[in-house]
Design a protein around this ligand. Structure first.
Ligand code: ADP
Ligand code: MG
Length: 391
């Protein structure tokens, strides 16, 4: 099991000293933004639907000190030796370091939105595992966007910062993600999941009971097909929506889908069936969680997994196997399902805190033996979103 005690609300002394060592001056401002897990609502975001993510205690932190010129110098504790540096003036192109492009992308999008920025020295560190389905990229974009907002007095709210982060990822990194990751990283609340309506970006905080454990288990199955399959899913959703005469599947319901069944091939029909039913499940799950009806929540999440497995077809034997191992160990006292885009990645498991050890033992005993892969297990706490403070 990985360490989950490293929640950083206070500034880490070694991190501050690292900043002083690199930039020969003290850091003035700290920005902190978390990774996330989606409790329920997969592939609904780009269909204008609903999602129910929670932010985690794993965060990306950025220290900065303003500069008198228009240069951004950046280092990351996770990429020692990479000295990223670019001017905020003129045309900003992708740079030498892949990770630096997340910062460049945020600057490009802020400039596009008409903001005047200032130069700064920045140092990044993070305990959000990268590429594990916990969205370290959104944590980085939101932490950096929040930092620029604060230090350059841009007057943006959390939603605007999230949209800038998403635009950076869509346009500069060329990853066509929805808004969920950035919005939860920017707006999350302690001990709450956030119901997001991806159509109008309105949010509703849903309390997570104290005894409910939120586990994320990464299958570490190589996600080779993810990009091409993701695009195919998007196309199928668009085809089904246009056949029903709606802009996005959010506007459709099951009766409308059944009416056009003969016009759709079976695969497209099942893709749309997943999205329409998933939107209903997200709303029902948010109500069940808010009312502490955990058994109801567990059965909705179990249905959601089957819908991803049979209708949307984005699970793989390794993630189905992990879900089975957890569900068998919990015997109804909790539930696991695929979370995130699929084709590998992570599962999310909800259960009583007292059952965490049972799940950990079952995964450690069975997963590697069955799938020749080692799972990473994160026991998470629903945590706060973006925080920026002057030191
Ligand atoms: P994830 O699922 O974690 O978001 P992505 O591939 O979308 O995976 O984003 C991971 C990338 O984000 C890394 O390869 C790196 O470029 C950037 N990144 C994340 N965390 C950091 C960090 N602490 N320092 C520098 N870059 C980071
Ligand atoms: Mg990402």
């Amino acid at each position: 099991m990985l360490d989950n005690t490293s929640q950083t609300n206070q500034v880490d002394e070694a991190f501050l000293q690292a900043f002083t060592h690199i930039f020969a001056q003290e850091a003035k401002t700290l920005s902190v933004s978390p990774g996330r897990v989606n409790v329920i609502g997969e592939h609904t975001d780009y269909n204008d639907g609903f999602v129910l993510p929670a932010a985690l205690q794993f965060t990306t932190q950025i220290l900065c000190s303003p500069r008198a010129d228009n240069i951004i110098n950046a280092c990351s504790v996770q990429y020692p030796g990479d000295n990223e540096s670019f001017s905020i003036d003129g045309d900003i192109k992708p740079g030498e370091f892949a990770w630096g492009n997340y910062l460049r992308g945020v600057v490009v999008e802020l400039k596009k939105a008409g903001h005047t920025l200032c130069g700064m020295d920045v140092l990044i560190t993070s305990n959000v595992p990268q590429g594990s389905g916990l969205s370290s990229s959104a944590a980085l974009e939101v932490a950096f966007g929040g930092l620029l907002n604060h230090c350059c007095n841009l007057g943006l709210n959390e939603q605007q910062i999230a949209l800038i982060g998403q635009a950076a990822e869509n346009n500069f990194i060329d990853c066509q993600c929805g808004i969920m990751d950035q919005l939860i990283s920017a707006k999350a609340q302690n001990n709450h999941a956030i119901l997001i309506d991806c159509k109008d970006l309105s949010t509703r905080a849903v309390h997570i009971p104290e005894n409910l454990a939120l586990m994320v288990i990464n299958s570490n199955y190589p996600r080779k097909l993810a990009d091409s399959e993701y695009n195919q899913r998007r196309e199928a959703c668009e085809l089904a929506a246009s056949t029903m005469g709606v802009n996005k599947l959010r506007e459709a319901n099951m009766d409308m889908l059944l009416d056009v069944k003969s016009k759709l091939d079976d695969t497209t029909f099942r893709r749309a069936k997943h999205i329409i039913s998933e939107n209903e499940r997200v709303l029902a799950a948010a109500d069940a969680l808010a009312n502490n009806k955990l058994n109801e929540l567990y059965s909705i999440m179990a249905e959601a997994h089957l819908s991803l497995k049979d209708d949307f077809e984005i699970t793989v034997p390794a993630t189905n196997g992990l879900v089975d191992i957890c569900n068998t160990a919990l015997d109804g006292r909790g539930v696991a399902r695929q979370t995130g885009g699929g084709f590998g990645g992570a599962i999310v498991c909800l259960c009583d805190l007292n059952d965490v050890d049972t799940v950990v033992k079952a995964v450690n005993d069975q997963y590697e033996a069955k799938f020749s892969l080692k799972a990473d297990i994160y026991v998470c706490e629903a945590s706060q979103g973006l925080r920026v403070l002057d030191l």
